[in-house]
Structures are given as C-alpha cells and as structure tokens.
Ligand binder design. Structure first.
Ligand code: R2B
Ligand code: URA
Length: 310
C-alpha cells in the first residue's frame, strides 16, 4: 500500500491524465484504431506517444505534413541522421499522422463526420498512451465575414448553422446534444501570440460551423440555390451582428467532442476571402500557401511559449 504522501503525489500526477467515459474499453483485449492502422496489441502506444502534449489538427494530409516539418524546425527537434519525418499512418490513406517531440500532427479530412472518426481514435490513442495535460488545436481555413482575407480568427465560441452552440449527434435513434465549449485561456493565449511585425491581423470571434460549403454557408454559386443575393446578404449581416466572424465545417464537433472528453481545445483559422464580397475562392497558389501558414505560425509561437522555448 502507498503511504499518504506517495498517494498524494500519485493522485497529483494522475490529475491530468486523459480519461475516457467508456466502460467497455477496459474489457477489450485489443483495440484496433482502424483508420490509423494502429492497434494496442501491435504497438506500444504509451512508448510511442506517452510524451504528447499538443495535438494539432488540419483538414488536409498534405497541409499537416508541411506543418509537421515546420514544427520540427520551430521546436528544434533533432531526428537521427538520415531520418525524415514519417507518416505514422502510412498504411492507410484516410488520415495522416506525424509525431514531432511533444506534438502530434493529424489530418482530419473535411466535415464533421470525418473529424468525429479521427477524434474517437486519437482520443483513445492519447488515453492508451496515458498522456497528461494534453491540448488539442484545430488549425484551419475558413470564409471570413467582414474581415480582410488572410486574417487569423481565434474562435471564442462555435455555433451551428442555426446559431446554436451545440453539436447534435443521433445515438440509438435519439438526438444527443453536446455543448461545444472552447477553452477561454487558450484562446486568449493564442491571441497574445501576435507579433508587431506580422502582416496579418489576429481577431477573436464566433465561428459558424456548417454541414456544407455551399448552401450551408449561404453561397449562391453551388449546384442549387433558391434564395437571392439579398437573402444571402441579410443572413451574413445577421451572422456578423451576432459576433460570427468566420465559417468552416469542423469546429463544432471538435469543440463538443473535446469538451465531452474534458480536454482543453482551441480553433484557429485563417480566412481565405471576405464572404461579404463574394463566394468564389480564386486567389493565387502562392497567396493560398502564404495564408495557410499564418495560423500555423501563431500556434507554433503558442507551443514554444508553453514549452518554455521562448
Ligand atoms: C474549411 O475548408 C474546407 C472546405 O473547403 C473545410 O474542411 C473547412 O472547414
Ligand atoms: N472553408 C470553408 O468552409 N468555407 C470557406 O469559405 C473557405 C474555407
């Protein structure tokens, strides 16, 4: 038996360990993280991932690969001579997964169903790995409302297409509503990662998360549209008046799922256009690349500070 002080230490140590609300997990002899081709019986997940502190997520597998390289440089992580960063999930093309010291970089695809699958499996990964004090950050792209293209938006709140801050999941034929809540301190810390010579703005705002890129985001350029430019304008203006500054397609599931798992999370997205002025995304490739690295830079600064690298 442990002495009291040992016990206290043990308790303290375990306070921040990822816990999951699923009694069935304890009864399974093997758990296959199918979409990552990892399994508790073929991989020592604690050995591989036990030191992870940040899980950074982006939609595209290519973008997350570039991010992983960038973070390796930013955190001065040395790989053994001749080694390059490897996609740990390279046996599947569903998601890409990289580990860069204390940072896990994972792609989540487009839309909430895709994010949900990734989160179930990555949450189990950090749980089996016994990770402590983990923070999840979504680094994405979005359509801005009333903002210059290229602005970085740190979400303080996320809402669905009907302005409700809940993620609704049908489970066993009934709708379960999970509140989508972001961590205010992390949002604030991210906001303070602004540097005076940055060529872009960082703002705080509500993010609207939709089920679709076209009609769901009040575009008039989809395959269908039965509303007018005026209807669209009124909707965007009403969204703006309610604090909405950008629209994307994953943040609601992200915030609700992580809140349900008691894990801190944040959403940082760059805006690719101002929806007050149009629907089509038609910037040059170079400009697109430059915009995409902006939220990555902000998150890199945030992690450097948290890891006390300056
Ligand atoms: C932003 O960009 C994608 C749509 O183009 C979607 O994944 C999102 O949230
Ligand atoms: N992603 C979105 O979901 N919407 C946009 O307008 C741009 C990127």
């Amino acid at each position: 038996r442990m002495t009291d002080s040992k016990n206290d230490e043990h308790e303290k140590d375990n306070r921040f360990v990822v816990k999951l609300k699923n009694p069935h997990l304890k009864t399974m002899t093997e758990d296959v993280l199918y979409h990552f081709t990892l399994s508790t019986s073929t991989h020592d997940l604690q050995d591989m991932f036990g030191d992870v502190k940040f899980v950074c997520c982006s939609g595209s597998p290519k973008r997350i690969a570039v991010f992983a390289e960038y973070i390796r440089d930013e955190l001065s992580i040395k790989l053994p001579v001749g080694c390059t960063l490897e996609n740990i999930a390279n046996k599947t093309d569903r998601y890409a997964l990289y580990k860069i010291g204390p940072v896990l970089a994972v792609s989540h695809g487009m839309g909430m169903p895709s994010v949900s699958i990734m989160l179930h499996e990555i949450l189990k990964l950090v749980y089996y790995a016994k990770c402590k004090d983990v923070t999840f950050i979504r680094i994405g792209t979005s359509g801005g409302i009333g903002l210059d293209a290229g602005t970085v938006v740190v979400s303080d709140k996320v809402v669905d297409g009907r302005f409700r801050p809940v993620f609704e999941v049908p489970i066993l034929g009934k709708v379960v509503a999970r509140p989508a809540i972001l961590h205010p301190q992390i949002a604030n810390d991210l906001l303070h990662c602004k540097k005076p010579d940055d060529v872009f703005k960082i703002v705080v705002g509500t993010t609207m998360c939709t089920l679709d890129f076209y009609e769901g985001q009040a575009r008039v350029d989809g395959a269908f549209c039965n509303y007018t430019e005026q209807d669209k304008k009124e909707f965007l203006q009403s969204a703006y008046a309610q604090g909405v500054r950008n629209m994307e397609m994953e943040s609601l599931c992200f915030a609700a799922t992580l809140h349900h798992a008691d894990i801190k999370c944040a959403v940082v997205c760059v805006t690719l256009l101002d929806r007050m002025h149009g629907d089509q995304i038609s910037m040059s490739h170079d400009e697109y690349e430059e915009f995409q690295v902006r939220p990555q830079r902000v998150v890199a600064r945030f992690m450097r500070r948290k890891l006390r690298l300056g």
